[in-house]
Write a protein that binds this ligand. Structure first.
Ligand SMILES: Cc1ncc(COP(=O)(O)O)c(C=O)c1O
Length: 358
């Protein structure tokens, strides 16, 4: 047997993040924006020829100023990451890590817990289950018990699609000023709210946002974190130099200037989500959960998520099997696709549940 250097003890058996990327005609498994958004909408050939790849990229001052003026923050409160996953990782590197605990409310986006572990910290999971009701009382009781360095709220939550009540988040931030309260707003555009306005009164609130969802640019890899200026300077100290490529910055700067398409996407997503929800509600063998995001969580009442997933795939429709997420036995998640993709899902739905009883 070849002897190899062992990883850290706490990473023994740590498996890679599972993305479900099998081929399918209709891919509505990753909560992306489904309409094509080609890069040549944003950069002309002439602009590309001014992008000098031999030079390191800029720090993105124009992008930062555009977002700051839109969000009513100071430019220095804004931190960029290669996807919001990177600013999330930096959260755990700077405020979590060895000897510190991060509290998450399950089921939620699994990268929060994974990144906390990668940073060397401990994760405390408060099992909320379905329906996902993170009340103020529940949040405060869990924090009083765990005394975490970081508490994470995902709102609207992935995979459940509903929001965490604002009073749960704000009461936490107020009661525990020395706890970092990370609010993941990846999907909040779809629900029409943000906690950015709460930040001035709650300096321990840090908010992550992404260009991957309502900004239709998951392939660009741009995440943004907004924090109190002193907290932001801690993030700047831990982040990698030149973490955004010149191409990313150039496209994102154009994208950020024009928010017009976002409002239209939010309207489309709500309309299409309602169509999906109505179709799911007609199937007695399914329990679907109310969503404000661009996806819907549903449970196959017979508990057979694996079989359901496979039957959708056989119809050419790839959705996400969520059944191994905590408290999600039997659950699947469908993202809002283009109208024809949603039609394909609705058509497949009838076939997939033909003869399946509740
Ligand atoms: C809640 C949540 N946060 C963050 C992310 C990561 O997004 P990004 O593409 O910005 O890394 C996702 C991706 O699906 C997500 O669901």
């Amino acid at each position: 047997m070849t002897r190899l250097p062992p990883p850290r003890d706490d990473l023994t058996g740590f498996a890679p993040y599972r993305t479900q990327q099998m081929p399918a005609a209709v891919r509505i498994q990753a909560n992306e924006w489904a309409e094509p958004n080609p890069a040549d909408r944003y950069l002309t050939a002439a602009e590309l020829s001014t992008l000098l790849l031999n030079r390191y990229p800029s720090t993105g001052a124009e992008l930062r100023e555009t977002l700051a003026s839109r969000w009513g923050t100071l430019p220095e409160q804004i931190i960029f990451g290669n996807g919001s996953n990177e600013v999330l990782l930096n959260t755990f590197l700077a405020y979590g890590g060895h000897g510190r605990t991060t509290l998450v409310f399950e089921p939620t986006y699994s990268m929060h817990g994974r990144l906390a572990v990668i940073a060397g910290g401990t994760v405390a999971q408060e099992q909320v289950g379905l329906p996902y009701l993170v009340t103020r009382e529940r949040a405060l009781a869990a924090i009083a018990r765990v005394r975490p360095a970081i508490v994470v709220f995902c709102t609207p939550n992935n995979p459940t699609g509903n929001r965490v009540p604002a009073d749960a988040i704000l009461a936490t931030a107020e009661a525990y000023p020395e706890t970092l309260v990370l609010v993941d707003e990846a999907y909040s555009d779809f629900a029409g709210f943000s906690h950015l306005g709460d930040q001035p009164g709650h300096p321990n609130l840090v908010i992550s946002k992404t260009f991957s969802k309502a900004r239709a640019a998951a392939g660009l890899r741009l995440g943004v974190l907004v924090a109190h200026p002193e907290i932001a300077s801690v993030y700047r100290a831990v982040q990698l130099p030149y973490n955004l490529s010149a191409l990313t910055l150039a496209v994102a700067t154009k994208l950020a200037r024009d928010e017009g398409p976002i409002a239209a996407r939010v309207v489309t997503a709500a309309r299409e989500r309602a169509r999906l929800a109505a179709a799911l509600a007609l199937v007695p063998a399914i329990e679907a959960f109310p969503s404000e995001a661009n996806f819907i969580l549903f449970r196959a009442r017979d508990g057979d998520a694996v079989g359901t997933h496979a039957r959708f795939l056989a119809e050419g429709v790839l959705i996400r099997d969520i059944s191994i997420w905590p408290g999600c036995a039997g659950c699947l998640r469908v993202s809002v696709g283009t109208p024809p993709e949603n039609d394909a899902f609705i058509t497949a739905l009838a076939k997939v549940f033909e003869g399946v009883t509740a």
